[in-house]
Write a protein that binds this ligand. Structure first.
Ligand code: NAD
Length: 350
């Protein structure tokens, strides 16, 4: 296996793939010599390349993971797939849905595994939330609100929605098990011209459900918070908490079933107990890496397959189109792909 891109995120993939007994991480690639030297000082037996073609020619290489800036995802993944390598690509899968479609097509033709790094779907809190929602404990979901805010890290080629919102979008689609009917997005570029550093995105789903996603690189505090409001219960998920990441609130509001006079009309506010489900601490990226290797070994379709990557990029593209149109809603046609929205299997979760 080889890892392409050894900047901020690549070393996490290298560490996790190295930790798996079923994987021999043998090679790395980055045009920056100093990054290669740094990684090789940590792991002495790695072959290091400044050029991806050389890495792909390495005898015995079966698979690659790509963790480069988004604009390089497509050319690198295409080269890897055409060279017969199973390919893992970090989020977002590519810079356009056309690029995603082409990669899905090549992987299918070549009989290769194509997986995207929607890491949060493998995290224990998100898996627990999905379990609670699918068990019906929340009732009907009314809305989801997500905030992912911090100061930096400013990107040059993508705006903050393409950088941060993939996490929120992947979680929201997975929790609701649905693709939105429309997207609208507003935002502003305060620091780098034409690269929005603050965006507010709204995804509309059927049945009067919606989700809002606020993303920012211009916030004094780091915030990673999602609220899921159901008709019976509500969840607050704060990913920055160490031990109490999810809190389930047994609260709701009910209208009286019938009333004759205004004096008889009272909303009924239910305040029950709140509880904090126990969540095992584990690194989601390890499960991501394990799942990729398992899919290669068994030939099964990854849960976060190319289709899931394509869906997410379609939403980001629609958000960009909405931004360009001053926040106008962009509707999706019925021909959009719908992934199976499977829950992460218990085996991978163990
Ligand atoms: N799943 C997650 O939680 C998560 C978190 C952070 C970043 N990411 C994703 O990981 C990817 C990389 O992000 P980052 O923050 O590490 O970026 P980065 O800029 O810190 O690192 C990217 C590295 O890729 C290298 N690179 C550029 N072109 C290359 C090429 N053609 N071949 C090989 N290497 C090349 C650069 O030299 C750099 O070292 C992005 O897609 C990002 O969205 C995912």
């Amino acid at each position: 296996m080889g890892v392409i891109g050894c900047g901020y995120w690549g070393p996490n993939l290298i560490r996790n793939f190295r930790s798996l007994p079923s994987c021999n991480l043998a090679a790395i690639c980055d045009p920056r010599e100093e990054r290669l030297q740094h990684i090789c000082s940590l792991y002495h037996d790695l072959a290091a390349f400044t050029n991806c073609e050389k890495l792909l020619e390495m005898p015995g290489l079966t698979a690659v993971a790509i963790a480069t800036p988004v604009r390089h995802h497509f050319p690198l993944a295409k080269a890897a797939l055409l060279a017969g390598k199973h390919t893992f690509i970090e989020k977002p899968m590519a810079a356009s849905s056309a690029e995603c479609e082409e990669l899905i097509e090549i992987a299918k033709r070549q009989g290769l595994i194509l997986m995207v790094g929607h890491t949060f779907l493998y995290s224990a809190p998100v898996r627990r939330i999905v379990e609670i929602v699918r068990a019906g404990d929340l009732g009907e979901i009314c809305y989801i609100n997500s905030r992912r805010l911090n100061l930096g890290l400013f990107q040059k080629d993508i705006n903050v929605a393409w950088d941060l919102a993939p996490h929120d979008i992947s979680i929201i689609l997975h929790v609701l098990g649905a693709f939105p009917t429309a997207v609208n997005c507003t935002g502003n570029a305060h620091v780098t011209p034409n690269v929005e550093d603050t965006t507010n995105m709204s995804l509309s789903f059927g049945k009067r459900r919606f989700a809002t996603i606020q993303s920012s690189w211009l916030e004094p505090r780091k915030i990673r918070e999602m609220t899921i409001v159901g008709t019976k219960r509500m969840i607050v998920y704060d990913d920055l908490q160490n031990h109490e990441k999810i809190r389930v609130y047994d609260v709701r509001v009910e209208r009286p079933p019938h009333y004759d006079t205004f004096a008889e009309f009272h909303y009924s506010y239910h305040y029950g107990d709140s509880y904090i489900p126990h969540i095992k601490q584990e690194e989601p990226l390890k499960l991501v890496c394990e799942h990729f290797i398992e899919c290669i070994q068994t030939g099964s379709e990854p849960i976060t397959s190319g289709i899931a990557g394509l869906e997410l990029v379609r939403i980001l593209e629609a958000a960009s189109a909405s931004l360009a149109a001053g926040g106008a809603p962009i509707s999706f046609s019925a021909k959009n792909p719908v992934s199976s929205f499977q829950a992460i299997p218990a085996k991978s979760a163990a």
